[in-house]
Design a binder for this molecule. Structure first.
Ligand SMILES: Cc1cc2nc3c(=O)[nH]c(=O)nc-3n(C[C@H](O)[C@H](O)[C@H](O)COP(=O)(O)OP(=O)(O)OC[C@H]3O[C@@H](n4cnc5c(N)ncnc54)[C@H](O)[C@@H]3O)c2cc1C
Ligand SMILES: NC(=O)c1ccc[n+]([C@@H]2O[C@H](COP(=O)([O-])OP(=O)(O)OC[C@H]3O[C@@H](n4cnc5c(N)ncnc54)[C@H](OP(=O)(O)O)[C@@H]3O)[C@@H](O)[C@H]2O)c1
Length: 283
């Protein structure tokens, strides 16, 4: 069954006014209150933001954390992958805006200086510890599922552990690819990562409901061979390749079946192996 990451308050999450200020609320021991440093809106459905990082907050690149706001005097929290790498002084996140979403219908209105609630216990399976070493690392993502990989591609350890890294991102529209493209472009000039990532990272993107140079679900493009033809690599092979997958549950399941039929074994933090998905979604 799925790991229990049930937010503290769901109560089908009554809709109320926008952000409820939290300064006067008692902060539960499991949470800290952080300040929004910046917010960037990428599309009508996607935004990213940076917040302060508590000095005691340690995490492994690729992990997720509970994040939220006080709503009706109670914390309303959701799981969020940290997109910043573990060496960053601040914490960055990429978020969907679900129009009626209990959290994101409010969270999308945050501004610099606002307060957010942050869990104290990051966790997750999409870490370098959960896969065994190999030549190539494939990171396969859809939608906001790119988030943990944005952390990992900014961590030098990823490039120390793998000779080549291939990041795939499939969204519905070209505009939704923009955040990821910016991160990839910025890597080239990042004083800490550029020398590690240079010539080691391949970025492949496709869209499913827009005009673009690659159109189709990643599963379709893998099965047809178009993906491998496009990046100039051989089909996935457990002897030399490792795979991390993040996105919708259907996509995770389809890619897992595909990998297992090719001899890949699923790993975890306790038992690293050939491919990993976020265990929070695992059956
Ligand atoms: C381990 C884990 C990590 C996550 N990391 C992120 C992250 O980094 N960024 C992020 O935006 N979300 C992430 N999510 C989803 C996130 O926890 C919330 O579901 C999301 O913030 C919406 O919250 P909500 O209260 O507004 O709506 P919810 O009631 O949580 O969701 C309403 C509906 O919106 C859709 N939905 C929710 N989240 C998404 C999404 N990200 N993309 C597409 N459709 C979605 C689903 O159909 C869902 O049933 C993660 C979820 C898990 C389990
Ligand atoms: N750490 C984590 O575990 C973590 C972090 C961040 C986000 N997430 C999760 O990631 C998910 C993002 O949602 P989403 O990917 O569904 O976003 P989305 O924006 O709804 O869809 C993105 C793309 O996925 C394609 N897709 C849908 N079903 C597919 C399938 N079965 N196989 C292959 N491709 C498929 C869609 O193609 P079509 O247009 O053809 O449908 C679309 O192009 C959310 O569920 C969120 O909770 C998890």
């Amino acid at each position: 069954m799925a790991m229990d990451i049930t937010p503290l308050v769901r109560e089908s999450d009554k809709k109320t006014s926008l952000i409820v200020e939290s300064q006067e609320q008692a902060i539960p021991d499991s949470l800290s209150q952080e300040t929004v440093i910046s917010v960037k809106h990428w599309t009508d459905h996607l935004f990213s933001f940076r917040i302060t990082r508590p000095r005691t907050f340690r995490f492994r690149s690729g992990e997720f954390i509970m994040l939220g706001l006080f709503i009706n005097n109670k914390p309303l929290l959701r799981a969020y992958s940290v997109t910043s790498p573990n060496w960053d002084d601040e914490l960055e996140f990429l978020s969907i805006k679900v129009p009626d979403g209990p959290l994101t219908s409010r969270l999308q209105h945050i501004k610099t200086g606002d307060k957010l609630l942050l869990g104290k216990k990051p966790t997750g399976t999409l870490t370098l510890d959960a896969i065994t070493p190999a030549k190539n690392l494939y990171m396969i993502s859809t939608g906001t599922g790119i988030a943990p990989f944005v952390s990992l591609i900014r961590d030098p350890e990823t490039f120390e552990k793998f000779h080549e890294v291939v990041l795939t991102h499939t969204c519905r529209t070209v505009a939704e690819l923009e955040y990821g493209k910016n991160i990839i472009d910025a890597l080239k000039n990042d004083p800490l990562i550029a020398e590690f990532a240079e010539n080691k990272i391949t970025y492949f993107s496709s869209v499913t409901r827009d005009n673009y140079n690659s159109v189709g679900r990643i599963t379709t493009l893998i099965n047809s061979g178009e993906f491998f033809h496009n990046i100039g690599k051989s089909p996935l092979n457990p002897k030399i390749d490792r795979v991390m997958i993040c996105g919708s549950v259907d996509m995770l399941n389809e890619v897992s079946v595909l990998l297992e039929s090719n001899g890949f074994i699923q790993g975890s933090n306790a038992s690293p192996a050939d491919y990993i998905i976020e265990k929070a979604f695992a059956e």
